[in-house]
Design a protein around this ligand. Structure first.
Ligand code: KIV
Length: 267
């Protein structure tokens, strides 16, 4: 049986040049399917707010909701490393609050690491959490929790000053002790430069092929969410139609009396 992945395995993958595969999950069945398929890391993303709960952005999700969604994923993940997102306002107030909330995701939900958004501005928080032995995945570039500052979901790092800030952010989160960093919504050439400059793995989402790994939202790659589909999403399967057809057939068989038959009834 394959052993459970740790952050050390993820570090070794950068060194050996093996690309790191990451998907999001928020429940047991999806986590089990991706774990059995051999995914390296499962991220319980705060994207749960949009693709699962139907909110407009990730800001409303709470700590209790993140814990609720992380628990079944942890139960399903026999091999994959499980990383849980720290929701908006669970780490921004002060270091004690950030440590307490990171600790809840490890102790109450069973995650192996936490992810939080921000670069230089959040480096002290990353250091405070890693100091108490909780591994941190950082997240820079287009950070969805900063939607109001960015004025929407906009590609970051196109201007020279923004690109320099992004490189500074990447170096700051590495120095603070992050074991990996998500690069979201930045030009591919900049992501490749950051990847070359860091010794920790970079995980791209809308950041081109030059990263050490890739992450996408499971609902996006399966075509389960047609509300909004960014350019960087590739649809690897279209299950929406299959699900709609199945539900439609059920409804019509109930209405017509074709279901249930003797086969689905007790004597
Ligand atoms: O919440 C999320 O799903 C993320 C991603 C990096 C996909 O943060």
């Amino acid at each position: 049986m394959k052993p459970k992945k740790t952050i050390l395995d993820i570090a070794l993958m950068k060194q050996s040049g093996e690309k790191i595969s990451i998907l999001t999950a928020y429940d047991y069945p999806f986590a089990q399917l991706m774990d059995q398929a051999g995914i390296d890391v499962i991220l319980v993303g705060d994207s749960v707010a949009t693709v699962f709960s139907g909110h407009e952005n990730t800001l409303p999700v709470t700590m209790d909701e993140m814990i609720y969604h992380t628990r079944p994923v942890v139960r399903a993940a026999k091999h994959a490393l499980v990383v849980a997102d720290m929701p908006f306002m669970s780490y921004q107030i002060d270091l004690a609050d950030a440590r307490r909330n990171a600790g809840r995701l490890i102790k109450e939900a069973g995650a192996q690491a936490v992810k939080l958004e921000g670069g230089q501005n959040i480096a002290a928080t990353i250091a405070a959490i890693t100091e108490i032995d909780i591994p941190v995945m950082a997240h820079i570039g287009l950070t969805p929790q900063s939607i109001h500052r960015m004025g929407g979901f906009k590609v970051q790092g196109r201007q020279d000053a923004q690109a320099a800030q992004l490189m500074a952010d990447a170096k700051a989160v590495e120095a603070a002790g992050a074991f990996a960093v998500v690069l979201e919504g930045i030009p591919a050439h900049l992501a490749a430069q950051v990847t070359a400059a860091l010794s920790i793995p970079t995980i791209g989402i809308g950041a081109g092929a030059g990263c050490d790994g890739q992450v996408l939202v499971i609902h996006d790659i399966l075509g389960l969410c047609d509300k909004y589909s960014p350019k960087f999403v590739k649809r690897f399967a279209d299950v929406q139609q299959i699900i709609s057809d199945g539900i439609g057939e059920y409804i019509s068989e109930v209405k017509s009396g074709a279901f249930p038959t003797a086969e689905h009834s007790f004597k």
